[in-house]
Design a protein around this ligand. Structure first.
Ligand SMILES: *[C@@H]1O[C@H](CO)[C@@H](O)[C@H](O)[C@H]1NC(C)=O
Ligand SMILES: *[C@@H]1O[C@H](CO)[C@@H](O)[C@H](O)[C@H]1NC(C)=O
Ligand SMILES: *[C@@H]1O[C@H](CO)[C@@H](O)[C@H](O)[C@H]1NC(C)=O
Ligand SMILES: *[C@@H]1O[C@H](CO)[C@@H](O)[C@H](O)[C@H]1NC(C)=O
Length: 505
């Protein structure tokens, strides 16, 4: 099958954008997608695919005054070119809680590291940081700016907000966020007992002072603990205690999560790419957020997974930076949207393996674009509708995750505009090529007999480079190679560890 595709690619005319697809073999097993007139669709936010950058690494990602990081700028611009806006970037993480504005400091950003710790223990920034945020990004870039809550001194976030308001273009600033993972604050950050009531009282008090200096809103929460373990230190309790309506104003409510961890040996031993790619496990895992999402919805505030990634404590090489992880990110965002998440903020830092790209050379490794970046390209392309709505389409094959995208709220008889098919099957790169297992899906009942297909592919689940989207590779920042949109009939073939966007042809 792969050879067939490649043979066609060789004959594309320079101006041709469409090629015949390797649409399946009708005598093989074909999975037929059938019309679900009653499947509930809900809106999917066009900016659901977002980024979070560890505060101390923001200058690595965006460069310095007059010297943008050209790789990051190209990668963000690619998304703006497709979607009219680049992904929103939240600047935060543990190091937002060690940061402070320093008017007299000479450096744009000055990090102090302790040995063996990739997160700076002290971060100072001057007004130059805001020049970087204004100038080194695409025209429609927006940021959520993380403020320091952990240092337990309201003068620090007051100075940060004053500086941001003075030096940052208002259009760059979507919201502030006061504190990172406050539910996990240790006794050096807050005297014990530290409870949700205490948190709500302090947030109300501090934001009451900050909001006098800005017209922007605040993202509330940034909670770390899993809903099954969080007890009452939850968004649900924060909403019950009235924080969103006591401040001016709650722009969003957020939790953080990493389904796997390498923070201790017991959990590190459980990390696996095949586990990460298990769609059934993903659906089960995220079901615990139902009360958190409902609490946000009831408060009329968007729910964000405001910092997230595959494996906490900075990811695992060969798991977090792979094509399989890119498919997990897609399934996460699409499923997340179908259960009410408005934003999914994938975390990044220069030495972190779950980063979509490493912006500068580090420890002898060059700047690198990982396959996970391609999930942004895919989502930007999926969401070029005016009012996208999403529904999950149930299928019996456990390797497949299938979603329907509608334009506007679908009537009972509406047919989807696009079908997204993720083949979450594991494929080792060195077993690729013609013997790679593929699944054929008949979409004709939903989209008719002429379709076009935009494909995310790569050497295999474990590949950390060599991904392509619509036939193009972005590993140097900008797209290289000819853009390929395949033409097919009603049957679409999707190899293990591939994802496709299928539309009417
Ligand atoms: C379709 O699949 C069958 C069974 O695997 C095989 O015998 C046949 O040659 C295939 N036909 C085409 C056109 O590939
Ligand atoms: C960076 O911060 C450290 C620790 O606060 C300080 O000692 C150092 O002088 C600062 N560097 C510059 C160039 O300002
Ligand atoms: C939350 O739980 C803690 C510990 O169980 C309890 O002390 C506290 O009163 C509870 N707070 C609220 C607002 O229910
Ligand atoms: C995927 O996860 C589900 C739920 O945890 C589990 O029952 C199933 O065995 C997993 N599948 C594989 C292939 O490991």
């Amino acid at each position: 099958m792969m050879h067939l595709i490649q043979a066609f690619l060789l004959f594309i005319l320079p101006e041709a954008l469409c090629v015949p697809s390797s649409s399946g073999n009708s005598s093989e097993n074909v999975i037929r997608l059938t019309y679900q007139g009653d499947s509930p669709a809900r809106p999917i936010a066009k900016d659901i695919a977002a980024l979070s950058i560890e505060f101390c690494y923001i200058a690595d990602y965006l460069g310095d005054i007059g010297h943008p990081n050209s790789l990051s700028l190209a990668l963000l611009q690619n998304i703006e070119d497709i979607a009219d806006a680049p992904p929103v970037i939240r600047i935060g993480g543990h190091t937002q809680d060690t940061a402070s504005f320093c008017a007299d400091c000479l450096q744009t950003l000055n990090n102090t590291f302790a040995p063996g710790n990739d997160e700076a223990i002290a971060v100072n920034f001057n007004k130059g940081l805001f020049t970087v945020l204004n100038d080194n990004v695409p025209s429609r870039q927006e940021f959520i700016f993380g403020l320091n809550f952990a240092s337990n001194d309201v003068a620090i976030p007051l100075a940060e907000v004053e500086a941001a308001e003075k030096y940052m273009h208002p259009c760059r600033l979507r919201a502030y966020e006061l504190g990172n993972e406050p539910d996990f604050y240790g006794s050096s950050q807050r005297p014990r007992p530290w409870t949700v009531d205490q948190y709500v009282a302090e947030q109300e008090q501090w934001i009451g002072q900050l909001e006098l200096k800005t017209r922007k809103g605040f993202s509330i929460g940034a909670l770390a603990q899993l809903p099954v373990w969080q007890g009452n230190f939850s968004l649900a309790e924060i909403v019950d205690l009235g924080l969103p309506r006591k401040i001016d104003y709650a722009a969003s409510l957020s939790d953080h999560t990493y389904p796997y961890s390498r923070c201790d040996p017991v959990r590190e031993a459980q990390v696996s790419l095949s586990g990460l790619m298990n769609h059934t496990a993903l659906v089960q895992y995220f079901s615990q957020w139902a009360p958190e999402i409902k609490a946000a919805n009831d408060a009329g505030v968007p729910f964000l997974m405001g910092e997230t990634g595959s494996v906490s404590c900075h990811g695992v090489q060969g798991v977090s930076n792979t094509l399989g992880a890119a498919l997990w990110e897609l399934d996460y965002m699409l499923h997340g949207a179908s259960i009410g998440m408005s934003g999914v903020y994938f975390h990044m830092g220069t030495p972190f393996y779950y980063s979509m790209w490493q912006p500068v050379p580090h420890n002898g490794t060059p700047a690198t674009v990982y396959p996970t970046y391609y999930s942004l390209l895919f989502m930007a392309t999926v969401l070029t509708l005016n009012d996208p709505q999403i529904a999950s389409i149930p299928v019996t094959d456990p390797n497949l995750a299938v979603y329907a995208l509608y334009e506007g709220s679908p009537s009972v008889t509406a047919r989807p505009e696009r079908i997204i098919i993720l083949n979450m099957g594991v494929l080792e790169s060195n077993l690729g090529g013609p013997i790679a297992p593929a699944t054929s899906i008949d979409v004709s009942q939903l989209l008719g007999d002429r379709t076009k297909i935009t494909r995310l592919s790569g050497p295999g689940s474990d590949a950390t480079s060599g991904a392509t989207f619509a036939g193009q590779n972005y590993d140097s920042g900008r797209p290289s190679g000819k853009k390929v949109v395949e033409k097919a009939e009603g049957i679409v073939t999707v190899r293990s560890s591939e994802a496709v966007i299928v539309e009417k042809g």
